[in-house]
Design a binder for this molecule. Structure first.
Ligand code: GDP
Ligand code: GDP
Length: 434
């Protein structure tokens, strides 16, 4: 879990250039491991050892140049509600625009840290032009060039200084987050779980101002439900924007151990649902897919569930070892099963395989089908172990780790999944030099 920094500003000021500069290095590593495409507007970064999540809110707003003022307002409002710090980016080339003034008006009222970043200051002459941004009434500003990187260090120094310290979660109960597109039935699902107050044990203040963990004792299970501002308390802006639900998902996912990804059966597992799925996967969270509103699907022949399941699995390749349940919040069908499955996934995510047992299982499999020779060289894997990380990661020690290609790592992952139960849990396989 990390603090969230949001970048706001009108189109073309350089938000995504800056965003890419900050996340590129890290994401490149993550991509190499997971081999999946990523959401371009959300990523992790760190500065001086402090990790934070970065969101380019502009990436979620439709219509680039001819953007409606109203969209900008929503973008800013969201950042205000969800982020721990806000970077307001403006462009020295165009100077102060009316839209910048409007955004400033919103930001002046906020009591979260706002950093005015004057971008495209590629040289000293432009630094002088930047002074006009004092007129925005936001106080001091930082000048930077997202293209050549100058100035970004000072800005980041200042930002990480104000980010809240994120403590380790204290509770060792499973932490579940209910995520999905607007109207998937998330609030209904949560209400079905918590509708009766007697199941609520306590409200624990979350690690950040905006989140509340609520402890439940239901169906014989104890768990914390991660609630971000507004899932229950319906937000003042209706969750009509895709962007809105993505922001909420980001926060909920980061707080959780297992994500219950709800989708509307009548709408299917579309690109937006898929984005949320990969967000959870990339954060190494457990995942249970809940196809909700199954009561609305009329043609329920024996094959309907199978076809639906196959379609989802196709979309989430290669990470297909994920439970998929067909539920109805309305009729309470399989709600219990959903929680039960989430608890199982939670337990799978916490499996610690003893090193001896792991080697006894994996080494014969490797011997049977060793990594293919590469450039005439043979790779010998001698030893393997689960790493002592909060979610399952595995290291295979060998003479030439750089020669082991992605397909073989995937083979190892598949064998791992065949021999141990990691259903619903993203796992990482690393080759290390021995
Ligand atoms: P966004 O719409 O705010 O995300 O803006 P983009 O990141 O897409 O940038 C818009 C344009 O400004 C692109 O052509 C960038 O190459 C350019 N740009 C971004 N940062 C800088 C910079 O620091 N200096 C200069 N000269 N151009 C920049
Ligand atoms: P959220 O935006 O994801 O929180 O979705 P809501 O919980 O507000 O639900 C959106 C709509 O779907 C509401 O009208 C719900 O009554 C309806 N809904 C939720 N679950 C089901 C279900 O299982 N079956 C049917 N038929 N409708 C449902």
């Amino acid at each position: 879990m990390s603090a969230i920094v949001a970048i706001v500003g009108r189109p073309n000021v350089g938000k995504s250039t800056f965003f890419n500069r900050l996340i590129q290095r890290r994401e490149a590593i993550v991509d190499a491991v997971s081999g999946v495409t990523r959401d371009r507007h959300y990523g992790k970064s760190d500065w001086n050892g402090k990790e934070f999540s970065l969101i380019d809110t502009g990436g979620y707003v439709v219509g680039s140049d001819d953007i409606f003022e109203q969209e900008i307002d929503k973008q800013v409002e969201l950042a205000i509600e969800e982020a721990d710090a806000i970077i307001f980016m403006v462009d020295v080339e165009s100077g102060v625009t009316g839209m910048d003034e409007d955004v400033s008006k919103l930001l002046r009222r906020v009591n979260k840290p706002v950093f005015l970043a004057v971008n495209k200051v590629d040289n000293a002459m432009r630094a002088e032009d930047a002074v006009e941004f004092y007129n925005l009434g936001l106080g001091d500003f930082y000048t930077l060039s997202s293209i050549n990187g100058s100035g970004s260090g000072e800005l980041l120094d200042a930002i990480v200084k104000v980010l809240p310290e994120v403590e380790e979660e204290e509770s060792n109960l499973p932490r579940f987050a209910v995520v999905g597109r607007p109207n998937a039935g998330k609030s209904s699902f949560i209400n079905a779980l918590i509708g009766e107050d007697r199941y609520i044990v306590t409200d624990i203040a979350g690690t950040t101002r905006d989140s509340i963990d609520t402890k439940y004792n239901r169906f014989g299970f104890e768990f914390n439900l991660v609630d971000t501002a507004g899932i229950r308390r319906k937000a003042k802006v209706k969750e009509d924007l895709e962007f809105y639900s993505v922001m909420r998902s980001v926060r909920a996912i980061e707080h959780s151990d297992v994500c219950l990804l709800l989708l509307d059966a009548t709408r299917g597992f579309d690109g937006q649902v898929e984005n949320i799925f990969w967000l959870a996967q990339r954060n190494n969270k457990g995942i249970v897919i809940l196809v909700n509103k199954w009561d609305l699907v009329e043609d329920k022949e024996t094959n309907t569930i199978k076809h639906y399941t196959d379609k989802i699995k196709k979309a989430i390749e290669p990470f297909t070892d994920v439970p998929i349940l067909f539920i109805s919040v309305l009729t309470k069908q399989r709600i219990f099963k959903a929680i039960e499955t989430a608890v199982e996934v939670y337990n799978n995510r916490n499996i610690k395989i003893p090193t001896r047992k792991f080697n006894d299982t994996m080494l014969p499999i490797i011997e049977n089908y060793p990594p293919p020779a590469y450039k005439g060289k043979f790779v010998k894997i001698k030893f393997c172990m689960q790493l002592p990380t909060p979610y399952p990661q595995f290291a295979f020690f060998c003479n030439l780790p750089q020669y082991v290609r992605e397909p073989y790592k995937r083979y190892l992952e598949n064998k791992l999944r065949e021999n141990f139960n990691f259903s619903g849990v993203p796992i990482s396989v690393f080759m290390r030099k021995k």
